[in-house]
Ligand binder design. Structure first.
Ligand code: AHR
Length: 530
């Protein structure tokens, strides 16, 4: 073989080789400026379960006679997966369904069906009721966050439910619970009073809700165990008037100017105020955007809208600060996540496919919650299984973990850790006229001294070379995981369940206090530093 031949063959190979575009790499720097941020409550990793579509029935509950392996009717595969991500708290039974739910129908040996008038008039068998939900909580190790019915219920019904759940067995409500199989009272640490009372929960004006809340909250008590933290129905998205009115009119005992000595109670009447904000690729409910098969225009608009969570929290938080400067009342984002157009080929019931884009939305949203961890102390992604931005999808006996699940798994290390304050200005990612920050970061230090840094690269085309100045943090070892996939809309299917799954991350270098991270386009990484 002559040199000429080799050279000619090489030249021909080069000429024929497909042109592979070299991904551009964008440099960025961040600095750890303070190690004394707020604690990141584990409850920011909460979930939401509603009687809707296949969320409860099939997704969680299959019944004791099912061939699908279960413990007292609850799927073992789903329980094992949820334990892995350390779900701290679960909101139930809705959603709109909560204001349609009469708890008595879901206890005792006789369960009659009712109509789920919130969701397609489906038959609600009431098989999964209070005992089954509490069993589910015990199986996954999460705390219950129960929403009482204000929309179509009464104060008496709410009070009876609290007594049924929490009174000792030597009382009439406790004895009834014991007869139904659970002598020990349950702990009910979080109670929501109504749901979306400005919408499906009663179409109220904020003044009306504030008054009704004042009355309801007086009867939301536990009769054993910890005091129930009471969470008032908060605003939809950017309805700041709602927050203003409810904070002004429902937060405090009525001040009595003529009796300044007796009426000096300052304890708030609420422990939390909720916020609901969904990420749609568009701003239209009747044409939200698709879950798969979208272009970069819908990718970036989804990121842009997810990032609005920061503005919502800031602005609702600023109103809350006026009435509650000590931040005693938590902002509880108890419904959040992506919401896409109905997939006509899907099983219905707000089922939607979950792609790499959902993973990025989860990561940037959790990063925002960490930034505001002093005020935002609980959040509940909508919803846990088979509904909206789910952790888990099931099809009869099959189960898969979504890209969103993997973000919750990679991020669980931040639960209860101290947020580190970062100095950072992100490079810009632009598509068309839309510009968003290319990178979203968070960092925390846990009780054992381990530091975790998570980075989301929103740009689907360009890698980033991120340098983090760790300041005085004393670390010498780095490891991590990365989540990415070939396409913006890559997803996990029952045939290919690992298309989007975390891999060991080898793109980190630690030199003294300088951490270099190579962050692939459209990816989420979490590194651990010890
Ligand atoms: O999560 C689905 C629905 O969205 C809930 O039932 C309701 O509260 C919200 O509008």
């Amino acid at each position: 073989m002559t040199r000429h031949w080799i050279a000619a063959t090489f030249a021909a190979t080069l000429a024929l080789a497909p042109v592979v575009a070299q991904a551009e790499t964008v440099a960025a720097t961040a600095t750890v400026v303070s190690e004394t941020g707020p604690k990141i409550s584990r409850n920011l990793y909460g979930q939401f379960v509603e009687h809707l579509g296949r969320g409860v029935y099939e997704g969680i509950w299959v019944g004791t006679d099912s061939p699908i392996p279960n413990t007292r009717g609850i799927r073992n595969d789903v329980v094992a997966a949820l334990k892995q991500i350390r779900v701290p708290v679960v909101r139930w039974p809705g959603g709109c369904f909560a204001d349609d739910y009469h708890w008595r129908k879901g206890v005792g040996p006789e369960r009659k069906g009712s109509i789920n008038s919130s969701w397609s008039n489906a038959i609600e068998p009431n098989t999964f009721g209070t005992h089954e939900f509490m069993d589910f909580m015990e199986q996954i190790g999460a705390a219950p966050y129960v929403s009482v019915n204000m929309g179509s219920g009464t104060v008496e019904e709410a009070q009876d439910w609290m007594q049924y759940m929490t009174a000792p067995a030597n009382t009439a409500p406790g004895a009834e619970r014991a007869k139904n199989g659970h002598p020990e009272p349950w702990k009910v640490p979080y109670v929501g009073v109504g749901n979306e009372s400005w919408g499906c929960g009663g179409h109220m004006y904020p003044e009306e809700y504030a008054n009704r809340y004042r009355q309801y909250q007086g009867y939301i008590k536990t009769y054993s165990g910890p005091r129930a933290q009471k969470i008032a129905t908060g605003a939809d998205t950017d309805d700041y008037e709602w927050t203003e009115t409810v904070m002004k009119q429902a937060l405090k005992f009525r001040p009595k100017a003529t009796s300044p000595i007796l009426y000096n109670t300052t304890r708030p009447l609420m422990d939390g105020l909720s916020l609901h904000f969904y990420t749609l690729p568009s701003n239209k409910w009747d044409k939200k955007g698709v879950a798969t098969g979208f272009g970069e225009d819908q990718w970036i608009s989804t990121m842009q809208r997810a990032l609005l969570m920061d503005e919502m929290i800031r602005r609702h938080g600023a109103i809350m600060d006026q009435y509650d400067p000590k931040k005693e009342v938590a902002l509880v984002v108890d419904e959040w996540g992506t919401w896409f157009d109905k997939d006509e080929k899907g099983p219905g019931g707000l089922w939607q496919q979950n792609t790499l884009r959902d993973a990025l939305v989860a990561a940037v949203t959790l990063n925002i919650f960490h930034d505001h961890a002093d005020r935002v102390r609980m959040a509940n992604i909508a919803q846990m299984v088979n509904v909206l931005q789910a952790m888990i999808l099931t099809d009869k006996e099959k189960m898969l973990l979504t890209p969103t699940y993997h973000v919750f798994d990679m991020y669980k290390v931040h639960q209860e850790a101290t947020a580190l304050k970062l100095g950072f200005k992100s490079p810009v990612y632009q598509y068309g006229d839309v510009k968003v920050p290319m990178l979203s970061l968070t960092a925390s230090k846990d009780a054992a001294g381990k530091v975790h840094v998570s980075v989301a690269n929103l740009d689907p085309n360009r890698d980033a070379a991120l340098t983090v100045d760790l300041g005085s943090l004393n670390v010498s070892k780095v490891s991590g995981r990365v989540l990415t996939a070939p396409k913006m809309d890559s997803f996990n299917s029952f045939d290919a369940p690992d298309t989007v799954s975390p891999k060991a991350y080898t793109g980190a270098k630690l030199k003294g206090s300088s951490l270099s991270l190579s962050v692939p386009a459209k990816s989420v990484i979490t590194v651990e530093l010890e």
